[in-house]
Ligand binder design. Sequence first.
Ligand SMILES: C[S@@+](CC[C@H](N)C(=O)[O-])C[C@H]1O[C@@H](n2cnc3c(N)ncnc32)[C@H](O)[C@@H]1O
Length: 254
Amino acid sequence: MFLRLLFCLFYPMNLHRASFYFHNFQKLARLWLKDREATAVIKQVRADKLTYLEPAALIDLHTRVTQVEQQGLSGIMIEAGCALGGSALVIAAGKQPDRPLYLYDAFEMIPPPSTADGADAQQRFDVIASGQATGIKGGTYYGYRANLLAQVQHTFTHYGFETDEQHIHFVKGFYEDTLAVNQPVALAHIDCDWHDSVMTCLQRIEPHLVSGGVLIIDDYKDWSGCRTAVDTYFANRQDEFVFEMKSRLHIVRK
Ligand SMILES: C[S@@+](CC[C@H](N)C(=O)[O-])C[C@H]1O[C@@H](n2cnc3c(N)ncnc32)[C@H](O)[C@@H]1O
């Protein structure tokens, strides 16, 4: 990270990238002063190519998780969109062992976007469906891996998590079939790209969100369908929530 930052600084055309790296470097350095363990997990999941999220987004996610714990909010934590487990490991590292964490994912190919998604999603899905998608930093795209769920479970063990003891649950399948929440929710990380997936998550999770609880929307700035789903779902409900644009959109129930 530091070397990349230096490199960009010497090439003025890369100023935008330089400021991106500087922001991430600064946030990592601040976290390192406060919480070395969290810094180590964030650096490790990135080194192991387990996540699409940049350090700043992982730090914001971890900070939210620890805030929820410090505030003593009741409720489970959820991630919808686990893929290789990178951001889920960061949530797991920040939560108390007895707080349940549910990790929902197809753990196979992502379902196709719908007509509510824009051309960006359709084009991306065409590449995925053609078998030409590359994974994080050139690795195998997670959707093409056999036994993805078993791989992710193995990764959790490798990172030192006892998933049963630490109340970490994996739920395989499409959210439309699997996501049935019937208890209070303290935090949900919604990272599933397409309109219908995000809408299903909002419809099934938000009614259970406790006061002070937070929905973190990973793709609001990145995928048109996600943006449409969030804007549609929260239209006329602005008074009930605080919308904080950090490295990702954090929506906190008042
Ligand atoms: C961008 S990846 C998640 C990345 C991960 N959070 C990380 O740390 O980088 C999005 C995931 O959402 C899953 N997904 C999207 N829509 C889904 C749906 N309707 N049901 C189940 N899984 C879905 C995909 O299969 C994929 O694994």
